[in-house]
Design a protein. Structure first.
Length: 239
């Protein structure tokens, strides 16, 4: 998920600090490959400071290997797998699915990738089933029609963000900027939360979404807002 999320987010980035495209990264040697991946996610701290803390699972493995380069040899299979996933995603034209038009997406691309991975990693577990990638578009379209600027969208079971995607598209169709609403979304699984944060950035909510990960039903919004404030303060050098 780290590889495909990185490609989706940064290869579609129209920014003066846009990193090297993944097509170049997969040709680098191991050390340069890890450094470039780490740099891509670090760049996210400057562009989307309120989301960066949620991306820790996506870049901590590269950081750990850069800190302890003696471990690179033992983790070569992981590095080769990551590189192969990048090559495969390039071959399947993933980046063509996440252009500027992605703000009006009709398919939760990263959710489609995350769901089968999650299912395979949880054999026999009693964890809640993830939201299906295209569940309830008609109901969500009706919900979007009732929304208005300054409204609050609160989804404590957002998972990869499919429902939010339908709402965002519905708002765009009505000529309403989704950033004029307050978005409170929760995903308690760390990889789902990182995926949700990536998609929120792609869907244009990178400066407005508050994403929670706490399992505390009564306090997850407050905890998430505290985390966002801390992330922004770090970005501004206030802590």
């Amino acid at each position: 998920m780290s590889m495909v999320a990185s490609m989706a987010l940064f290869d579609a980035l129209d920014h003066e600090q846009a990193p090297r495209p993944m097509a170049e990264l997969v040709e680098l040697d191991e050390g340069a490959f890890l450094r470039e991946l780490y740099t891509r996610w670090n760049l996210g701290a400057y562009i989307w400071p309120r989301l960066h803390h949620l991306w820790l699972p996506f870049f901590q493995w590269t950081g750990n290997l850069l800190i302890a380069p003696d471990r690179v040899a033992t983790e070569r299979a992981t590095i080769d797998a990551a590189r192969s996933i990048g090559v495969l995603a390039l071959r399947e034209c993933l980046t063509d699915l996440v252009t500027d038009r992605h703000v009006c997406a009709r398919c939760d691309v990263l959710g489609h990738i995350l769901n089968p991975l999650h299912s395979r990693s949880q054999p026999g577990a009693s964890t809640p089933a993830p939201t299906q990638p295209l569940v309830g578009p008609d109901r969500d379209a009706s919900w979007a029609h009732q929304l208005h600027p300054t409204a609050v969208v609160e989804d404590p079971q957002a998972w990869s963000g499919t429902r939010a995607m339908h709402l965002i598209r519905g708002l765009h169709e009505r000529g309403i900027d989704p950033n004029r609403l307050t978005w409170r979304l929760r995903a308690t699984h760390p990889i789902a939360a990182a995926t949700l944060a990536t998609s929120c950035a792609l869907w244009g909510l990178g400066t407005s979404a508050v994403i929670g990960t706490s399992t505390d039903e009564s306090a997850w919004v407050r905890i998430a807002e505290t985390d966002v404030r801390a992330a922004i303060n770090r970005h501004l050098g206030l802590c």
